[in-house]
Ligand binder design. Sequence first.
Ligand code: SF4
Length: 313
Amino acid sequence: MEPKIFDRSDGQELRINMISPWLKQRFGRKIVKLSLDGGFTCPNRDGSKGTGGCLFCSESGSGDMASAALEDQIELLSDKWPDAGYIAYFQSHTNTYAPVEVLRRTFSPALEYPDVVGIAVATRPDCLPDDVLDYLEELNRTTFLWVELGLQTIHDETAKRMNLCHDLADYDCAVKALTERGIRVVTHLILGLPGESREMMLDSVRYACGGGATPDGPPIFGLKLHMLNVVRGSGMENAYPGYEPFASIDAYVDLLIEAIENVPPEITLHRISGDAPRSTLIAPAWSYKKRTILNTIHKEMRLRNTWQGKALE
Ligand code: SF4
């Protein structure tokens, strides 16, 4: 299959199957993701799985950009995009770490807003008990849903070093359980974790995109890739002082392009750069320059004549 080409607003072709144009095509209008904090906690902070959290996570639960309530965000955005639809994106902490009644009470009101066309639920791969899976299956029948799994790396030794307190086997089980129920999976990977070589990072991308432990099963719906952001208040700050995940934007872009070449064209890309707020960012110092990073990636892909899912000849 040929990679999809979407026009960018600047008229230049986009060689990556990014989720925004995919959603626009699917729903026939601009779709904006609203980052929400459902008030959940995390088993890797409260002691049931671990304490202290994943080393890269700040106290806000890797949802630093999660902001105001849904209606406040819609009000702010409706001036800019009066015809937009919205995906309610429950991003902070572990959004399936609660009894089903609590999940229902949290997710249902968001879906009642007329312009909310779907929901995205970010969670840990080890937080999907059967009753939660049944509820997600029910949600999936009534609305557009994806579940984002924080895998970060397929290498268990890195997972241990980063204090993730879950492993690849947890991820494999979660992908199998979700895809068997027809639920879209978005896999979250972090590039630049301490101790990982370029090949190790690319192996994580290939594994996630190749179906992981169930290569004959349905592919994942999406992939979220970004460089490690070392932020204030995270375990990384003390455990790895001075750590630089990438020497420069160019070094990151070079790896990212090879990673994207390994992503089949039908898999949507949900992120390709970091989004830590500048106020808490320690490294890489350039990580907040999202526009520059994205432009560099697109420019390089055109120069090298490379595409998602298609390596250079
Ligand atoms: S990254 Fe997610 S799983 Fe890890 S400590 Fe933060 S909220 Fe918990």
